[in-house]
Write a protein that binds this ligand. Structure first.
Ligand code: TTP
Ligand code: CA
Ligand code: CA
Length: 672
């Protein structure tokens, strides 16, 4: 790895005095202007905030940059700033241990909603009140929005493609901007190709020296040397890297946040790059360095290969390393893993990823939920929680542009669980009117009342409210006043709910499948990159693995934070594993006893407590619902979609690891 490179004098005039040509054509240069995913000169960047929630708290509290600080959620740590990482702190360390290792550490609990409160706040006693408080991530969403806005302001409006990939990450397709800079910097590129033939190769860049400034530049593949003249893909990535440096400096100067960047040919590589050297650095992966860079990774680091699929691959081929997997012939991959998935793996470990950077937020659903310990035992108490869920969801809807009528959900769902039974109710959200918090709350209350009417619903152990079916709002000349809900409309709304009950209310008698089909909001369980209350059940550390919030592709089904994907699944699997890992290791009698007491009948996992077992069973339920929503198990071999404009396995009609069902997006976090 080198921090700066210089090339030897250009050898673009070889022996026969004919100028040597670039590997790239005029046509390919043209594709760069269009940000074509097929363009070999394409430049994609990924920016990820360093220790994000911890930085948010540092900025909010105005603490010194070298002050160790961690963000606490109940009895766990969810974000650790870099000064405290020097003391060996990580997400998995108990609070007492963290204080021992770093006595000066500031432990800041996340903001919470207190049962019955109208607004979240930072409560000093939150960590002791898991039963009556619910985490609010609003402070971090707010900062996320400011950072996204800052990034967008830094880039030219007409040339930017920025995708919020999680609460603290963005992808940027820099191709169009890089193209513009290239033409300005190298006017020879604006000349028509010889014979006006776009398939002619470009001249080589006139420069033989590329200054990578302070970037980390990944070493070249074997066989390539720094003495080879740079080609236009090197120049493009260098220009991309300069843009990222400017973006990071703006975020730092204007908002005080540090972040790390990755600059490469596609999303997958850019994402691996941003995590390569942290904090406050950026890593460049030139095309000539991709193989070298990837072969050092375990394939579990690649998004989509971190969970069950990764396990399946490692047991099928007896390895966890990319290097070994590269030796497996494609036919063998297809045979053991399935045609599409095998093909996808074959390509992704070779650094091939044609997923687009999506500028449009494609949230599909939002969920707010809580498991109750102790249980909730009255309608009044349940309503107090509903008020919080609605406030939580509404603030996210505002982020989504609901006030501007940009996008709005079409359905609202309530799931209710007692010891033995889960009930769900769904209703349409009246369209064409302003959607406000009171309307949502009224809808939620009606759903709750319907469930209450069924009887025997206490004690309630879990409530989950979700909204889904997002679609673009009607644009036009209607002012916000046109969307106000009037009294009569509210009554009409109730009538709609009643008829919806007739359509959807008979869940328990029709069985689970029926219920699931009317409850797509549950896909949210698999689509989070931000922790939700559901995560609290599993403990803070169990939520998304660092890689699990990314995902990809332009085609995947979208939910609030990201795709309904295997990657989200990985997050859930991680939860499950960590539940098990939380138990004392070693064959102690206590351990044995706990194992036999809390075994999941479905998968034989051992859980550490009755509550953990309950949560684990919720996870199974969510997974079942998810499979129903997707219609088939993931990773099965599927026929290619005829007529799709993209090639398998990236077809917009197919799901692949890292994607959800067709339509798209990521539950992921749109910054802002
Ligand atoms: P990450 O980007 O994974 O981690 P980070 O920003 O804290 O640290 P890094 O510098 O390594 O990127 O997650 C972003 C935020 O999401 C993190 O600050 C807190 C939250 N989070 C959780 O609450 N639980 C988790 O398990 C993870 C991974 C993140
Ligand atoms: Ca981060
Ligand atoms: Ca992140």
């Amino acid at each position: 790895m080198s921090s700066s490179l210089s090339f030897q004098p250009s050898s673009s005039l070889p022996d026969n005095n004919q100028p040597r040509k670039s590997r790239f054509t005029y046509r390919q240069l043209g594709q760069l202007a269009l940000s074509s995913t097929a363009c070999p000169l394409r430049v994609v960047a990924h920016v990820d905030l360093d220790a994000f929630y911890a930085q948010c708290e540092m900025v909010r509290l105005g603490v010194a940059e070298d002050q160790p600080l961690a963000v606490q959620q109940w009895q766990g740590l969810i974000a650790i700033n870099y000064p405290s990482r020097k003391f060996g702190l990580s997400r998995h360390i108990p609070i007492a241990e963290a204080k021992k290792l770093c006595p000066d550490i500031i432990l800041q609990h996340v903001a919470t909603w207190k049962e019955g409160d109208e607004k979240w706040a930072y409560h000093d006693d939150a960590s002791k009140n898991i039963a009556t408080h619910k985490v609010s991530l609003d402070p971090y969403r707010l900062e996320s929005r400011r950072i996204l806005a800052c990034i967008k302001e830094t880039l030219p409006a007409h040339l930017q493609t920025v995708e919020k990939a999680s609460i603290d990450e963005v992808f940027m397709d820099l191709s169009a901007q890089v193209h513009t800079i290239m033409l300005e910097t190298y006017p020879e590129l604006t000349l028509p190709p010889p014979g006006n033939d776009p398939n002619e190769n470009l001249p080589l860049p006139p420069t033989s020296v590329l200054d990578w400034k302070a970037d980390t530049v990944v070493d070249l593949n074997s066989g390539e040397t720094e003495y080879d003249d740079p080609d236009w893909d090197d120049v493009a990535i260098l220009l991309g890297s300069e843009i990222v440096r400017t973006v990071r400096a703006a975020v730092r100067e204007k908002l005080k946040y540090t972040c790390s960047g990755g600059i490469a040919h596609n999303k997958m590589l850019a994402k691996l790059g941003s995590g390569h050297m942290k904090p406050n650095q950026q890593t460049v992966i030139r095309n000539r360095a991709v193989q070298q860079f990837l072969s050092d990774f375990k394939f579990a680091k690649i998004r989509g290969l971190g969970g069950k699929l990764g396990d399946q691959v490692s047991s099928a081929f007896g390895t966890e390393s990319v290097k070994d997997l590269l030796l497996v012939p494609i036919e063998q991959l297809k045979q053991k893993i399935g045609d599409d998935t095998g093909m996808w793996i074959y390509q992704i470990i070779r650094g091939i990823d044609t997923s687009e950077v999506n500028a449009r937020t494609q949230i599909k659903s939002m969920l707010s939920a809580k498991s109750f310990r102790p249980s909730v035992n009255s309608a009044e108490q349940a309503r107090r929680w509903l008020r919080i869920f609605v406030a939580d969801i509404y603030s996210r809807l505002v982020d989504e542009g609901v006030l501007e009528n940009k996008r709005r959900p079409r359905t609202i769902n309530l799931h209710h669980r007692t010891g033995g039974q889960t009930r769900s109710r769904q209703a349409p959200i009246p369209q064409g009117k302003k959607l406000d918090e009171a309307t949502l709350f009224d809808l939620a209350k009606v759903l709750m009342d319907q469930i209450i009417l069924e009887g025997r619903i206490w004690p309630c152990l879990n409530l989950s409210l979700s909204v889904g079916g997002f679609e673009d709002g009607v644009t036009g000349n209607r002012g916000i006043g046109d969307f106000l809900i009037k009294g009569d409309d509210a009554k009409a709304q109730n009538r709609v709910l009643q008829s919806s009950d007739a359509l959807h209310g008979d869940h328990d008698r029709r069985g689970k499948h029926r219920r699931i089909k009317s409850s797509k909001g549950i896909d949210k369980f698999f689509a989070r990159a931000e922790p939700s209350e559901h995560d609290e059940e599993f403990g803070a550390q169990m939520w998304p693995q660092p890689d699990a919030d990314l995902l990809a592709g332009q085609d995947a089904a979208s939910t609030e934070y990201g795709n309904i994907t295997d990657s989200s699944r990985e997050a859930n699997e991680a939860m499950e594993k960590e539940e098990i890992d939380d138990m004392p290791s070693g064959p102690s009698a206590l351990h044995q006893q706990r194992i036999t007491e809390f075994i999941c009948k479905r998968c034989q996992s051992a859980l550490s407590s009755a509550a953990a077992l309950q949560n684990h069973q919720d996870w199974h339920l969510a997974k079942d619902l998810q499979e129903e929503v997707l219609g088939q198990p993931l990773h099965s071999s599927r026929p290619s979609a005829a007529g799709s404009k993209r090639k398998a396995p990236h077809s917009s009609r197919q799901r692949r690891p890292g994607q959800g069902k067709a339509e798209k997006g990521q539950s992921k976090l749109a910054f802002g």
